[in-house]
Write a protein that binds this ligand. Sequence first.
Ligand SMILES: *Cc1c(COP(=O)(O)O)cnc(C)c1O
Length: 388
Amino acid sequence: MFSTETIAKFSTTPTPFYAYDLALLENTLIACQKQADSYNYHVHYALKANFNERVVKMIQQYGFGVDCVSGNEVTKAIELNFKPHQIVFAGVGKSDKEITEALNKDIFCFNVESLQELEVINQLAGNISKKARIAIRLNPNVDAKTHQYITTGLEENKFGINAWELDHLKEIIQRSSHIELLGIHFHVGSQITDLSVFQNLCYKVNEMQNWFTEQGFHIKILNVGGGLGVNYQEPDNDAIPDFDSYFSLFNRHLQIQSGQEVHFELGRSLVAQCGSLIARVLYTKKGLKKNIVILDAGMTELMRPALYQAYHKIENLSQYQGTTEFVTYDVVGPICESSDTFAKNLSLPVTQRGNLIAIRTAGAYGEVMASRYNLRDTIRHLYVEGDN
Ligand SMILES: *Cc1c(COP(=O)(O)O)cnc(C)c1O
């Protein structure tokens, strides 16, 4: 929900733009940090979810570490004041240049995704006489029960090292003198709302760490990744995700050895609800069977519906008070692609040219995925200091 003042501010701003509610972001960070602290858990923010400067600066100020998936993200994290010891670097395709630069920056840890990558990191670290701290990303073969494009923990996908590679892994670690094994890492997918998925993950983590311990490896860090989902259907009901249930589940099911640290990598759950994409209605069209609303924002500004068939709640900010007449619309963008559709058969108050539209829960994987396809303008943003 936006206040009347905020809507007034929106209505004098050229659309489309992302609106970030910094007060909600702050409350979300406080809630997450409080729950994580109660178990002594460490949280790294997954920078790929949103690298808007004020958003990330606030996250940095609240003491979170950062999870990067490219060399440029590592550079950006350092520019935004994260310390090298707070940076972890994941990703299935780290280039030689990215690895060497991250070694030179002395980042905390590489999350290694394949046997070959492990050999390459060892060699590159050797070239510059360094020792790379690493965690092994293991593929736990846990079904995240989420959209197939955001599932990452099944054996048939490209992420992580699989169970049948473990003996070979052991042999490589033992002969690699330029790596230091810190721990094991998992990430099963994104937008996970069924917490039993994380319970299954805990069982796998316990099982895997037993294997490493039996082989004589010391596992200092258990990194269980991110993936906690948010409420896209009714954002105002769950503006702040239930971090309490999430962390307490790990506390109940993870078997932690003394001196061990537990790390998390949360992206979406920290930033999704604080962002909305604000657009204007350009045209309305009456078809034979359908009514269509054409917005001045499209898949170039928010790609998730086109990419993952994702649902975002759409609100008409100009008409929502007191209107009783509702019409069913398809809500689409201006881009020359049929997949440029935000919603089908959506019931909205009668909608007119010029109305302001909010597409909610767009703070994660929204602005960062924007493109200039069709030579669109670079997407703008503004900050709201206390709403919702
Ligand atoms: C994307 C990603 C995350 C964050 O996922 P969310 O679903 O946004 O919490 C965490 N860890 C890794 C390795 C990732 O690739």
